[in-house]
Ligand binder design. Structure first.
Ligand code: 5AD
Ligand code: SF4
Length: 437
C-alpha cells in the first residue's frame, strides 16, 4: 500500500508532513512516486492567505477523477484549513468524496480513521484534539543532514491580520529535556544541522512550570556533540532580547542568519497590526544584531495593503527596506482572513493598489538582494550540501551559514556534508560557486 502527501504552507506544515509520513510508514505504507499509484492521498493544507486555500480547493476538485477511477483510494485533508469550521462545513457539503478530515493535533489517530472509513465506506471527521504534546510520534525526515525540531506549538500574539492563533491554538512549549533528547538522537543518527521551529521562538519557555528562555535553550543545543549548525524560525521583534543576541554571538554553531518579520515600516500600521513594536525599535534591533554579529544575514516578511495603509505608510515601509538592506524578503499582499480583526477593519485596500505596492516593493528589495549577493563574489562560504540542484541535475545545491542558496559542480557523495565553496557568479536568487579544497 502506498501513500502520497501534498503539502502547502510554512516550515511548520512541512514538518507536520514529516510526522504524517512517519505515522503512515509505521502502519506499513510506502511513499508513492505518483498520485495515480497512491492508495491514500493526504493534503496538508495552509490558510494563511486566500490564495493558499484556493489552490487546495483546486487540487481537491482535481482529485475527484482519481476517486472515480479507483474507489478504494482514500482522500484525507488535514492542516490549518480544516481547523476552520466553515471549511469543514464546505468540504462536507460540497466535496463529499473527501474521506477523512483530520486536525493538526490528531495525526496519531490517522491509522484508526483510515480503518473506520475503509470499514464503513463513510467519511470521518476528527478535528478537535487536545493541546497535550505527543512526544512519541514517529518522524520521517526528508533530509538526511538537516532536521526540523519543533520547540513551541501555536501562537499567542494575535497579530490582527493572522489566522494562525485561531487554527493552531495557544502557545505551548515543549520541555527542554524532551527537545534536547530529540536533538541528541538526531546527532547520533548523523544529522548535523538543527532547525528549531515555532511561530515565535523568542517567547519559548514562558509557559513551562520551570520557565526556560530561548537563549538558554539555544546554549544547551549548542553543547550537543555532533551538531554543527543551529538555525531557528520565526523570531518576533517584540520578544527579541539582548540575551538572545549575546547567545547568538557566543554559540559558534548558531548560524549567522535571522528571519525577523517586520511586516510594515509604518508605526500607524504596526499598531493596527497589533505587532507591539515600532519601526524605531525594529531598526535598533538591526543595529544591535549587526554590531554583535557583523556578517549576519537578515531576512523578513512584509505585508502591503493592510487596511488603512496610505501611500505615506507604504513609503515608510519602502524607506525602512532601503535603510535596513535585508538580504531577502518574503512580500505579500494583505489577504482578508475570516474571523481575524483586520478582516472587519474599514478602509480595505483595492487589489490594484496592493499589486502596485507589491511590485514597487519587490523591485526595491530585488535590487538590494542582488547588490548584497554581488558583494559575496570571490568569498569562500561553508555550504551544507542538501542535494542535486533543482535547476540543473548535474549540479549540487546547498546553503551557506547565512542561508544563501549556492549551486556548484560536485559528486553526489558530498550530499549531507559540509564543503567550502568559492562564489564565482552571484545571481539574485542563488549563487554559483566552485568547490575549493
Ligand atoms: N495576509 C497576507 N500575509 C499574511 N501573513 C500572515 N497573515 C497574512 C495575511 N492575512 C504573512 C506574514 C507572516 C507570513 C508567514 O505570512 O507576513 O509573517
Ligand atoms: Fe501570526 Fe503574528 Fe503569531 Fe506570526 S506571531 S503566527 S504573524 S499571529
Amino acid at each position: 500500500m502506498k501513500y502520497k502527501i501534498l503539502t502547502w504552507g510554512c516550515q511548520m506544515n512541512i514538518h507536520d508532513s514529516e510526522i504524517i509520513s512517519g505515522v503512515m510508514q509505521k502502519m506499513g505504507y510506502c511513499p508513492a512516486d505518483t498520485l495515480q499509484e497512491s492508495d491514500v492521498i493526504i493534503l496538508n493544507t495552509c490558510c494563511v492567505r486566500e490564495n493558499a486555500e484556493r489552490k487546495v480547493y483546486g487540487r481537491i476538485a482535481q482529485l475527484k477523477q482519481f476517486k472515480q477511477k479507483n474507489p478504494n483510494l482514500i482522500l484525507a485533508v488535514s492542516g490549518c484549513m480544516v481547523q476552520q469550521p466553515h471549511v469543514v462545513e464546505y468540504i462536507s457539503e460540497k466535496l463529499p468524496y473527501v474521506d477523512i478530515l483530520f486536525g493538526i493535533k490528531n495525526v496519531h489517530k490517522l491509522p484508526e480513521l483510515i480503518e473506520i472509513t475503509r470499514q464503513t465506506n463513510l467519511p470521518v471527521i476528527d478535528i478537535s484534539g487536545d493541546s497535550r504534546i505527543d512526544e512519541n510520534l514517529p518522524i520521517k525526515h526528508t533530509n538526511d543532514a538537516k532536521a526540523w525540531v519543533t520547540i513551541t506549538y501555536g501562537c499567542n500574539n494575535y497579530c490582527s491580520y493572522c489566522i494562525v492563533p485561531y487554527v493552531r491554538g495557544k502557545e505551548v512549549s515543549r520541555k527542554p529535556d524532551d527537545i534536547l533528547r530529540e536533538i541528541e538522537t538526531l546527532a547520533n543518527d548523523g544529522f548535523i544541522e538543527i532547525n528549531l521551529l515555532g511561530q515565535n521562538v523568542n517567547s519559548y519557555g514562558k509557559d513551562l512550570n520551570i520557565p526556560v528562555t530561548f537563549p538558554e535553550l539555544l546554549r544547551r543545543v549548542n553543547d550537543v556533540d555532533g551538531i554543527k549548525r543551529i538555525r531557528f524560525i520565526t523570531s518576533h521583534p517584540k520578544d527579541l532580547s539582548d540575551e538572545l543576541i549575546l547567545a547568538m554571538r557566543d554559540c559558534k554553531k548558531v548560524c549567522e542568519h535571522i528571519h525577523l518579520p517586520v511586516q510594515s515600516g509604518s508605526n500607524q500600521i504596526l499598531s493596527k497590526m497589533n505587532r507591539k513594536y515600532t519601526r524605531e525599535h525594529y531598526i535598533e534591533l538591526i543595529y544591535k544584531l549587526r554590531d554583535a554579529i557583523p556578517n549576519i544575514a537578515i531576512t523578513t516578511d512584509i505585508i502591503v495593503g493592510f487596511p488603512g495603509e496610505t501611500e505615506k505608510d507604504f513609503l515608510d515601509t519602502l524607506e525602512l527596506v532601503k535603510a535596513v538592506e535585508f538580504d531577502s524578503a518574503f512580500t505579500f499582499m494583505y489577504s482578508k482572513r475570516k474571523g481575524t480583526p483586520a478582516a472587519e477593519m474599514a478602509d480595505q485596500i483595492d487589489d490594484d493598489i496592493k499589486k502596485d505596492r507589491l511590485n514597487r516593493l519587490m523591485q526595491v528589495q530585488d535590487a538590494i538582494t542582488e547588490s548584497k549577493n554581488n558583494r559575496l563574489k570571490g568569498t569562500i562560504q561553508e555550504i551544507l550540501v542538501e542535494g542535486v540542484s533543482k535547476g540543473n541535475i548535474n549540479r549540487l545545491s546547498g546553503r551557506s551559514r547565512t542561508n544563501k542558496l549556492v549551486n556548484f559542480d560536485g559528486s553526489e557523495k558530498l550530499i549531507g556534508k559540509l564543503v567550502n565553496v568559492k562564489i564565482i557568479e552571484p545571481h539574485t536568487w542563488s549563487l554559483l560557486g566552485e568547490i575549493v579544497e
